[in-house]
Ligand binder design. Structure first.
Ligand code: ADP
Ligand code: MG
Length: 733
């Protein structure tokens, strides 16, 4: 073996580079490694060790020595060349007795003790190269304290990764120890995983520095391991469209005609036995979009005129619901149709990757963009598109991209019930051609869309998704709900770096880097979208300063830099729990300004015998004046602009002594007035225990609130997710 000079070692696919070769490469990249020299045999160790400053370290390398310490192939604290040579004799004898024949030895200077970290790059099957760091050395596996970031990492990403470690206090000088050189650590992370970093130059299968020793003097990588290309994605073969880069050659695809087609064709409706196709014809009749059915014989189906093949249909969009085996044939006749959506399943998701590849090829040949297969359709009240029965909902500004058709239908219908109004909804199923990333990129320039929800199970082209999220970052809020990535998480992980990464953590990293909001449930997806919709005009993209008038959106923070919320509601446990829930969501409840105390007391706010505080306890319910909430909000925000005001009520309390909902409505009306008086503040209403209200009451409260742009939640937990989502977007991270 020869040490690498003049460039990275060529990736050979299977060969492993010796530690000193990887270290030579690191040195070229500006990463500090211990001074050292190699020796082919123990006899050469004395000469190799000459010129090195003790204490010295001796290591053996070769086959079977991936984890050297386990094999007795690391000796520390050697006093000089002579001790290094005798250590090499002993090491060789020990290795041979275990059946290991080393290729050679490395003798190097021993770095001063410090904090040991791990820095590595691994290849996620969906997202490609991912930078990892964490507490390293012997702690790595025990602590499992690591942070991830998709390459390339920015400087801010590198700092965020280090700050995210539970062990971060160790870096800042714990218990009288000096703080480590954090700048050097950031520099190391960027040299490995930043723009132009090592990750770009190597076919990094597994790359790991463990440990990197950090001290106040700097950082030094004392161990380095590189297994080129060992962990390439195992999934798709060359037949699968996933590997097909040609969709990248269609930049700037205009999706307007997908969401606002001049005419729609439906393929697969039956003249005799109603099926999905017939159902869609009925759905479309409600939107009034010009419609044609494709059928070889019938003159009309469901009262819709027919043409014999798709080639005769003059439509921008065709929905195909025929068996999987026949879809490619239909696609070949689709020339002239801009978008063909294949609803049918039975493709890649059912193990028929070949069929899916054939479908994609047919679409390419016909010059058609394919949506799906294995999905539902497109919904756009503005453009006559639907895949849901009944009247189309109101046109609005919320977009949704979903890899599940069924879930998209639920989000649309439940969302509309809760006041959402949609601009564009696309179900993309297997995303064999048009991907969520491509649609998101287009939505970034869509005048009708002000927030995007995404339900994803498989990023398909994860790098493109990363880039699309980056391209809309700070301009367009994206709320991401991720379903289990079955089949994606499987990879051969030879080192513990790979083994420690859960798929969910890569999604978390993606969200942290791009500013996307990751939610955990369909309910929270709808809740966050509804917050962004209601308060769209009050959510300013990250700006430097805090707006100081009630006319502009506020971006105020608490003393500790966290976005600050004013919480108002009835006294007792509910207020305490509200504070806990908001705290857990990363929101701060900044103290009330001193000068409000007297005015609040005069108004009758605050628990008896105590100073008014945040959460502010106000009597709410039959005994409380409904105007109080408005007066209190006005008095406080005139003195300190809280960007978010969360008012909570116990709906049940209004119905304890009577059945009239009027006091509750009055409360909602007063909040609505407060919101109109303060266009810059974001007021949120939490109606707890809504099930105790007579039927229809909650809807009425929601309508009153919606009239003033106030979103309503049934629990503090749901509200906290939504408030935090917007706070995160405003913060820009
Ligand atoms: P392994 O293959 O077992 O991971 P390492 O090269 O990481 O072998 O060595 C094991 C441990 O010895 C390291 O975790 C580190 O604590 C220590 N070590 C190795 N090389 C040096 C060095 N040059 N200076 C200081 N400590 C070292
Ligand atoms: Mg090691």
């Amino acid at each position: 073996m020869t040490a690498s000079t003049g460039g990275p070692p060529e990736a050979s696919g299977t060969s492993r580079f010796a530690e000193h070769e990887v270290k030579a490469l690191l040195r070229e990249w500006g990463v500090a490694v211990p001074r050292g020299a190699t020796a082919a045999s123990p006899a050469e160790v004395t000469a190799a060790a000459r010129g090195l400053t003790p204490p010295l370290v001796l290591k053996a390398h070769g086959p079977g020595l991936v984890h050297k310490s386990d094999a007795g192939a690391v000796r520390l604290g050697l006093s000089g060349p002579a001790e290094a040579a005798s250590a090499a004799d002993e090491m060789l004898a020990g290795l041979v007795s275990r059946g290991i024949t080393p290729d050679g030895f490395l003798v190097e200077e021993q770095a001063a003790p410090g904090v040991e970290l791990i820095v590595g790059v691994l290849r996620d099957p969906g997202f490609g190269p991912v930078l990892l760091t964490g507490l390293g050395g012997v702690w790595t596996e025990v602590m499992r304290d690591t942070a991830l970031c998709l390459c390339p990492a920015s400087e801010a990403d590198a700092r965020r990764m280090l700050a995210a470690l539970r062990g971060a206090p160790l870096l800042h000088g714990h218990r009288g120890r000096p703080a480590v050189d954090s700048e050097a650590l950031v520099g190391l992370l960027l040299a490995i995983g930043g723009a132009g970093g090592l990750w770009e130059r190597l076919d990094l299968g597994e790359f790991e520095l463990n440990p990197v020793i950090a001290t106040e003097e700097g950082v030094v990588a004392v161990d380095a391991r590189y297994l080129p290309g060992m962990a390439e994605p195992t999934g798709p073969g060359p037949e699968e469209p996933r590997q097909d880069r040609s969709r990248r050659e269609t930049p700037g695809q205009d999706f307007t005609a997908l969401f606002e087609p001049r005419a729609v064709a439906v393929v697969g409706a039956s003249a005799s036995r109603p099926n999905f196709g017939n159902m869609f014809l009925e759905f479309y009749k409600a939107t009034g979009v010009p419609l044609v059915a494709v059928h070889p014989e019938a003159d009309e189906i469901n009262g819709v005129p027919t043409v014999p093949t798709l080639a005769e249909a003059d439509a921008d969009y065709a929905l195909v619901a025929v068996p999987a085996e026949r879809c490619a044939e239909v696609m070949r006749q689709a020339k002239g149709v801009s978008f063909v959506q294949v609803m049918s399943g039975g493709f890649g998701e059912a193990g028929a990757a070949g069929l899916e590849a054939e479908l994609v090829r047919a679409a390419r040949e016909a010059g058609v963009r394919l949506l799906g297969p294995n999905c539902m359709g497109v919904y756009s009240p503005r453009g006559g598109q639907t895949f849901i029965g009944g009247e189309p909902g109101p046109p609005g500004h919320v977009a949704l991209i979903s890899q599940s058709g069924g879930l998209a239908g639920e989000v649309v219908r439940v969302g509309e019930r809760r006041g959402l109004a949609f601009s564009r909804v696309a179900t993309v199923g297997n995303s064999a051609d048009v991907t969520p990333a491509e649609l998101l990129g287009w939505l970034g320039g869509d005048e009708h869309t002000s927030v995007v929800g995404m339900y994803l199970e498989d990023p398909r082209d994860g790098r493109a998704l990363f880039e699309a999220l980056m391209s809309v970052r700070g301009r367009l809020p994206v709320v991401l709900l991720v379903g289990g990535r079955s089949g994606q998480g499987r990879r051969a992980a030879a080192s513990h770096t790979g083994g420690m990464v859960g798929d969910g953590r890569v999604w978390r990293a993606l969200a942290d880097q791009t500013g996307a909001v990751l939610v955990g449930s369909q309910d929270d997806l709808i809740g966050a979208l509804s917050f962004f919709q209601s308060h769209a005009s009050r959510i300013a993209p990250p700006a430097g300063a805090v707006a100081n008038t009630a006319r502009e959106p506020w971006t105020g923070h608490g003393e500790d830099g966290l976005p600050s919320v004013l919480v108002i509601g009835p006294s007792g446990g509910a207020s305490v729990l509200a504070a806990d829930v908001l705290d857990a969501a990363g929101l701060a409840l900044a103290a009330l300004p001193d000068e409000t105390r007297d005015v609040l007391k005069a108004l009758g706010a605050g628990a008896a015998g105590t100073s008014p505080a945040n959460p502010l306890e106000v009597p709410v319910g039959p005994r409380g004046r409904p105007e109080l909430v408005r007066e209190v909000i006005g008095a406080i925000v005139a003195r300190r602009p809280y960007p978010d005001v969360v008012a909570h009520v116990n709906v049940q309390s209004f119905f304890t002594f009577g059945t009239s909902a009027d006091p509750l409505y009055a409360y909602a009306h007063n909040l609505a007035r407060a919101q109109r008086d303060l266009p810059g503040a974001r007021i949120t209403l939490v109606t707890r225990n809504g099930e105790c209200a007579p039927p229809g009451v909650e809807d009425e409260v929601r309508a009153i609130a919606a009239g003033a742009g106030i979103p309503v939640y049934r629990s503090m937990e749901a509200a906290a997710v939504a408030v935090a989502a917007a706070a995160r977007f405003i913060r820009g991270a």
